[in-house]
Design a protein around this ligand. Structure first.
Ligand code: HEM
Ligand SMILES: *[C@@H]1O[C@H](CO)[C@@H](O)[C@H](O)[C@H]1NC(C)=O
Ligand SMILES: *[C@@H]1O[C@H](CO)[C@@H](O)[C@H](O)[C@H]1NC(C)=O
Ligand SMILES: CC(=O)N[C@H]1CO[C@H](CO)[C@@H](O)[C@@H]1O
Length: 329
């Protein structure tokens, strides 16, 4: 027991030294109460307007937040545009075709904030993305939650920094757990956050390995529901136009709900990284619990999103407030 304690202490010490991404700065609710008291209302209105123009606002913004936080922390570095001398994060192949509407949501909300004199250039792009993400989840029927604020915007964004930081659709449970743990997130958090795939689209090439030439023995991934596999082959024929994207949740693609977990129980997880949550005995009990208890899922999701929002937060001289979210000051 004493030895175990010693080991735990030692691991903790090692982690404090080696995992700067897991240390969290002092975020708090109502951070802008003095400088821009109505900031949450301003963002909510801007997001609602953008949502009325296109539904892609929802998955686009949610995924952008995830990618932002996993690469150099939640610091809006993913929004920075490349220049002739710097290839930014968003231009790494693993940006996995982030939808332009996610970026546009932040730009529009920032413009709405900056139109109020007292708020101009007082609210970070990183916080705007965190608020907009909370809002798109609520707009699509998901749970609303109090969002922690107080992030600064990062001072660097490079395509190279993306390498190895984002999960891949072919990942197994151990790989997913390792990547999320590096960001201070547990397996439970990882399963809750993966339910974001209850919304949005995927391009055919992200899962074509599961429906064609799966292995020498099998044409189709045996963990895939055979009827669903046939449907996928219909929507994504061989040599499909690479721009074609399909709904990731075949049942309720525009609703943030716990259908994701019911789909997994029916072999309708689109990626290997989705379906493995049900096939691996380590994560299966959580999938089953949340498939039948939407409340329990929602509270786990809120907790996981809050933890995600604390990853690698910049404060002090490690950040600033960008005047243009896509350009360093
Ligand atoms: C667990 C590991 C994960 C993997 C391997 C993964 C992988 C992917 C892939 C390959 C796509 C399709 C991209 C495309 O073809 O355009 C996608 C879409 C998406 N992902 Fe994930 N993802 C993961 C976790 C997450 C998390 C934690 C979130 C958010 C909390 C998230 C939110 C989304 C959303 C909303 C979309 C749809 C984007 C759109 O419609 O524009 N994903 N993901
Ligand atoms: C997961 O994938 C890694 C890398 O391919 C492999 O080394 C590991 O054995 C796999 N783990 C499981 C549980 O399948
Ligand atoms: C699968 O195998 C067939 C026959 O060996 C080949 O023609 C095809 O290009 C392979 N890949 C895909 C994605 O279909
Ligand atoms: C939205 C966005 O910036 N997507 C880029 C992702 O990266 C590829 C290159 O890997 C670019 O072509 C896309 O424009």
């Amino acid at each position: 027991m004493a030895l175990f304690r010693l080991f735990a202490l030692w691991s903790l010490a090692i982690c404090f030294c080696l995992c700067p991404h897991t240390t969290s700065a002092q975020l708090r609710q109502n951070f802008y109460a003095n400088v821009c008291p109505n900031v949450e209302g301003i963002v909510r209105n801007a997001v609602r307007q953008k949502f009325q123009q296109t539904f892609v606002t929802v998955p686009g913004t949610l995924r952008l937040f995830f990618h932002d936080c996993f690469v150099q922390g939640c610091d809006a570095s993913v929004i920075v545009a490349s220049t002739s001398t710097n290839k930014a994060e968003k231009d790494h192949p693993d940006n996995l075709s982030l939808a332009g509407d996610g970026f546009d949501t932040v730009i529009k909300a920032k413009a709405a904030i900056d139109a109020v004199a007292s708020c101009r250039n007082k609210v970070s792009c990183a916080d705007i993305l965190a608020m907009a993400t909370r809002d798109v989840i609520a707009l699509s029927g998901g749970p609303s939650y109090a969002v922690e604020l107080g992030r600064l915007d990062g001072l660097s964004s490079t395509a190279a920094s993306v390498n190895g930081r984002l999960p891949h659709p072919t990942d197994n449970l151990s790989q997913l757990n390792a990547l999320f743990a590096a960001n201070g997130l547990s397996q439970t958090d990882m399963i809750a956050l993966s339910a974001a795939h209850t919304l949005g689209f995927s391009h055919c090439d992200k899962f074509s390995n599961r429906i064609y030439n799966f292995s020498r023995q099998k044409a189709v991934d045996p963990t895939l529901n055979p009827n669903y596999a046939t449907q996928l082959q219909g929507m994504c024929p061989r040599n499909v136009d690479p721009r074609i994207a399909i709904n990731m949740d075949p049942n309720t693609p525009r609703t943030f709900d716990n259908m994701y977990f019911k789909n997994l129980q029916n072999g309708k997880g689109l990626f290997t990284s989705d379906q493995v949550l049900f096939t691996d005995p380590r994560s299966k009990p959580t999938v089953n619990a949340w498939a039948s208890n939407s409340r329990a899922f929602q509270s786990a999701f809120i907790s996981a999103m809050t933890k995600l929002g604390r990853v690698g937060v910049k404060t002090g001289k490690n950040g600033n407030i960008r005047r243009d979210c896509a350009v360093f000051n």
